[in-house]
Design a binder for this molecule. Structure first.
Ligand code: NDP
Length: 280
């Protein structure tokens, strides 16, 4: 029996995902109708969930929390960014082999460079958080030749781990890569200056704020929260109260990473402007 190809996003929870809407919109642009589903995978059974997707003629899947690392471990081959990050958000199945990519970082770069016109070359970047999202974006940020990338995280050992993973790439791109504790960042005898602060922590999910000194903020900088919402996130609200005007959330990254996944599967890079406007 011939099964028609299926695509989807695998995660837990998954009900909130906007990916089916985004991919349906992309498919429409090229006159296709795509069968793209939300796939709720049991927390302890990602491998089985993936196998059953493949058996139903699954050709491409996005992977979201908390399965990105597991997805990487199940791939036959990984792209450079996916391999460095140890995490996959895009699976492609070809001739029964599983290929893993990570489009989160390139998606963020597209959003920063082309939608928000932020050039990263020679810039000083602070990343808050050292979880899966930070892992997914550091390689792509370093590839833009920033002057420096600094990672601050509550659990400092996780920031150190990320520095070790990306150290060679940083050297190759002539960028300095370092990590800090929140205590160091809040030391009143030290003044740190950044051009761009990226909140890659999940603090905004709970309406919390990372512990940042207010002298970090200035009117010329840009701030980006990977979380997105219809109102300003708690982090962006705090930045606005401290004189920052260039405030961006992660909706553009979501749309751009989806466009890059779509291109990997179907060979066409869709236009993202309209769906971004619709979701905004
Ligand atoms: P993880 O659970 O892997 O990591 C969470 C990170 O946030 C950890 O570094 C944790 O620190 C830190 N953290 C949590 N709460 C606080 C707080 N109150 N103050 C300071 N640090 C805190 O999550 P992910 O990395 O997967 O996701 C992070 C965010 O990125 C989420 O909001 C997610 O929605 C967003 N995201 C957006 C995407 C997009 O396309 N726009 C794509 C992927 C993620 P510690 O290690 O000390 O616990």
């Amino acid at each position: 029996m011939h099964l028609s190809p299926i695509y989807g996003v695998m995660g837990n929870p998954i009900a909130h995902s906007k990916s089916p809407l985004i991919h349906a919109h992309f498919a429409q642009q090229i006159g296709l109708s795509i069968n793209y589903a939300k796939i709720l995978v049991p927390l302890d059974d990602f491998a089985h969930g993936l196998r059953s997707f493949i058996n139903k003629n699954g050709l491409g899947a996005n992977v979201t929390t908390p399965f990105k690392e597991q997805a990487a471990s199940l791939c036959d081959d990984l792209s450079e960014f996916a391999s460095l990050a140890g995490a996959v958000n895009t699976l492609s199945i070809k001739e029964n082999k599983i290929y893993g990519d990570n489009t989160d970082g390139p998606g963020l770069i597209c959003d920063l460079k082309y939608r928000h016109k932020i050039n990263l070359k020679d810039k000083k970047i602070l990343i808050i958080g050292a979880g899966g999202a930070a892992r997914g974006i550091i390689g792509a940020l370093l590839s833009e030749y920033p002057q420096s990338v600094t990672i601050v995280n509550r659990t400092l050992s996780k920031a150190h781990d990320l520095c070790a993973v990306f150290n060679d790439l940083a050297q190759h791109k002539q960028a300095s890569l370092a990590c800090l504790s929140f205590e160091q960042l809040n030391n009143p005898d030290q003044k740190y200056t950044y051009d761009l602060i990226i909140n890659a922590s999940s603090s905004s999910l709970h309406g919390d704020l990372p512990k940042l000194p207010v002298n970090l903020f200035h009117a010329d900088m840009s701030v980006y929260d990977l979380m997105y919402s219809s109102d300003l996130t708690s982090f962006l609200q705090f930045c606005r109260e401290h004189n920052v005007h260039k405030l961006y959330d992660g909706l553009g990254m979501l749309v751009e990473q989806a466009a890059l996944s779509f291109e990997i599967w179907l060979g066409v890079k869709p236009d993202t402007a309209e769906i971004y406007k619709l979701l905004r």
